[in-house]
Write a protein that binds this ligand. Sequence first.
Ligand SMILES: [Zn+2]
Length: 279
Amino acid sequence: MWPIDPDGFEPELHPGDGGAADDAWMFVVVEGQMACIAEQGVPRPITADELRWVDVDIRARHYLGRFRGRQCYAVHAEGRLPEGYSVTGLRGWLGRVEPAVFYIAGRAQQVIDWHDTHRFCGRCGSGTEDHAADRAKVCPSCGLVNYPRLSPSIIVLVHRGDEMLLARNANWPTGMYSTLAGFVEPGESIEQTVHREVEEEVGIKVRNLRYLGSQSWPFPNSLMLGFHAEYASGDIVCQEGEIADARWFRHDDLPNVPPGTAISRWLIDDFVRSLGDAG
Ligand SMILES: [Zn+2]
């Protein structure tokens, strides 16, 4: 399930001569949500040809690149879509479209959000311009350059023998447990973040970190870096206001855990697999 293989998407900045082809996929964002056509309950992007007949106000259009040869655009629109089109949160695409399409939709939403929030320079207030060679915004007055914003964060499965530590966030429904996660702070290495977050959230120390892979998580702009870590010392003390409960679980006695679309589940499944390999 780790989407580390090339998935057929080739990022590009310019579509070349002729602009958008009729069959280009337009990832249309309306009021922060993705517009689509649902075919038998499965969302798919609107094509350029279909969008031509829809009476919405296009605020911005960004070329993203090609997916298996097909052009992909991010489109920021305003207005009401006619019958036959639906508008859902990006989470509604997760697990219902193939992973590569979900990640292009996430890319589209993040590029639109970045464009919309960087129209003016944060330092001098002048209107910004698109960079000629990169996906970046340049201030013509003071030269400040802004790239799309990404927030790296760690997610870690802590294990002790054949048990894994899973925690329940204070805001989650009862019975739902997952691996620990947290954002990287300025000046930190990723490894330092893992040690700090585990200690802050559950009060224990870990060792022997192992990096397994990453997942783009566009809610709104995270990049999740996934680890396994071995328990070293300490007793569980839950961080007040953040962690409602944290416990050691055996693989054959797991609580409700996230679905297979989330990196936390891939970390859990990898650990369970490693037990099988060892046994
Ligand atoms: Zn400026």
